[in-house]
Design a protein around this ligand. Structure first.
Ligand code: MG
Length: 517
């Protein structure tokens, strides 16, 4: 077992996480691609340009052409990796999506349609096919996807996730459009406590009254003239923004489910992280599943808008799953964590450990079971789940197994994003206040502080009226993270190693968001 796991570590870490193969060219699948490999649609690249962009030696930085403006004059830049995979496994998408007033019957298995206007300057001039749509809400959407073990899942998610968000928001848009009314528990009908009362049998009604009174701690007889009419069931107040959050969360779940289903008929390789931003009704919703990152830089200050999901940050969730469902560990892994691998000669000795209930450490007597490979092993960027994968949330990966075994990784991965909300209209924003979204290729080598300082400094030296200033700032960030080729390696400031990963960066000006609302 030990040999096999060692081999798994060597091969799969090399293949999946650190690079090597990309999974697209292996000829494993005879199935057609769901979508062809591409670069973000908004870059408007020709096939020749796409081919040139995949130069792992020159690593050209791609930016938006001046004619291809994104909503809010969003800036974007990207660069391919230094050779870890043949293709750039990052993907990006930016759309302006109009919610239809009357949603068509949901058909999850087919690709929903949407109206888009992303090709128009600043997203102006929405062209709608149906007059009813003109009353629908409009949302702005930015997505970043970082693929692994192939580019298939990232390509599919970049093409479809916003459609799933659209479908879920359409279901609740009538509620969202009326800020004076909080969502009711039952969708589509007014709560009527009298009606509910009438459906109860006399005995049941009495029991409900007694229970309601006891819950309220009431001492008087229920329903007596001096007490107000009883409300049998208290109702939790759900805010509008929670409905948006729920819609986004379910959209991620549906996207993951669609990838799983369609793998039966399409070649959808690997998995991907997903970072999605939705602007709706004056708020920014930043949804993250994976290790990309979003920060707001406002007046030079940093507001973190995401947290990364890695084997280390999600250790306790993963350990708990391994504890509750030990069969998922295949009798080859232990859910317990030790500071290092336990050796056979240490059986019977006392050693530091921690389980899912602990943040601290304690000692236990080592048993044979503790010789199994740890469910979570390694530190920092080298930490892995089941010796295989370094991110714990994302889309896809349904076929991913521990090397040379039947142990699936997917049960330990979550497609649920964490959604953070930023009340855009509650703040005054200047032209240099931005939301920065980037894949881990940027954050691996630059800190939040370095990114904030670089962006603030760059924008401060730009003409405030220059429509390309945010794309140039994104290009500057990618340049700082990639560095220059020197002494057979990519070097950045202070002679540090540059990022050899794919790097993708959005810079979204917040001033335009204020103007939109
Ligand atoms: Mg990456």
């Amino acid at each position: 077992m030990l040999t096999r796991v060692k081999s798994a570590v060597a091969n799969i870490m090399g293949g999946i996480m650190a690079g090597g193969t990309n999974g697209d060219h292996l000829g494993i699948s005879d199935l057609p691609l769901k979508f062809p490999y591409m670069r973000p649609e908004f870059l408007g690249l020709s096939p020749d340009e796409i081919e040139c962009s995949a130069d792992h030696i020159a690593r050209p930085i791609l930016i938006l052409k001046e004619t291809n403006r994104l909503p809010w004059t969003t800036g974007y830049a990207e660069v391919i990796n230094a050779g870890k995979s043949a293709l750039n496994e990052d993907q990006a998408c930016c759309e302006v999506v109009a919610l239809k007033r009357r949603p068509a019957p949901s058909t999850p298995s087919h690709t929903p349609t949407t109206h888009r206007r992303s090709s128009l300057p600043n997203g102006e001039g929405l062209g709608l096919r149906e007059s009813a749509d003109s009353e629908g809400l409009v949302l702005h959407y930015w997505g970043l996807f970082d693929g692994h073990a192939g580019s298939g899942a990232a390509v599919v998610a970049s093409r479809l996730l916003h459609h799933h968000i659209q479908l879920h928001l359409q279901e609740v848009q009538d509620i969202l459009r009326n800020p004076a009314v909080l969502p009711t528990t039952c969708f589509g009908e007014e709560p009527n406590h009298h009606q509910h009362h009438q459906h109860l049998s006399p005995g049941g009604a009495q029991r409900a009254l007694t229970r309601a009174a006891s819950l309220r701690g009431a001492s008087g007889a229920p329903g007596s003239p001096s007490t107000p009419a009883p409300r049998f069931f208290t109702e939790k107040k759900v805010q509008h923004e929670s409905l948006v959050i729920g819609a986004i969360e379910n959209a991620f779940k549906d996207m993951d489910g669609q990838i799983e289903r369609e793998k039966a008929v399409y070649n959808i390789s690997g998995g991907c992280t997903a970072l999605a931003v939705v602007h709706l009704l004056g708020k920014l919703y930043v949804a993250n599943a994976g290790d990309s990152r979003a920060i707001i830089v406002r007046n030079g200050e940093i507001v973190p808008m995401s947290t990364e999901f890695t084997p280390e940050t999600e250790r306790q969730r993963l350990q708990f799953l391994g504890f509750m469902q030990p069969h998922l560990l295949g009798n080859e892994f232990t859910y317990l964590e030790f500071p290092r691998r336990v050796q056979r000669k240490e059986v019977g000795k006392r050693m530091l450990y921690r389980d899912f209930t602990m943040n601290g450490w304690a000692y236990k007597t080592i048993e044979d079971d503790d010789l199994k490979f740890p469910l979570i092993y390694g530190e920092g960027k080298k930490a892995r789940v089941l010796a295989t994968i370094g991110v714990t949330r994302g889309l896809g990966d349904h076929d991913l197994k521990v090397h040379d075994s039947n142990i699936y990784i997917k049960p330990f991965l979550s497609c649920c994003p964490e959604v953070k909300v930023y009340p855009l209209t509650q703040f005054e924003h200047g032209a240099d206040d931005v939301l920065v979204l980037a894949t881990d290729g940027l954050w691996d080598v630059l800190s939040n502080q370095e990114v904030a300082e670089a962006v603030t400094c760059f924008l401060g030296n730009c003409d405030p009226d220059d429509q390309n200033r945010y794309t140039m700032a994104a290009q500057d960030l990618v340049m700082r993270a990639r560095g220059v080729l020197r002494d057979r390696g990519w070097r950045i400031a202070n002679d540090r190693l540059g990022s050899g990963d794919d790097i993708s960066v959005y810079i979204i000006p917040l001033l335009h968001g204020n103007r939109q609302t």
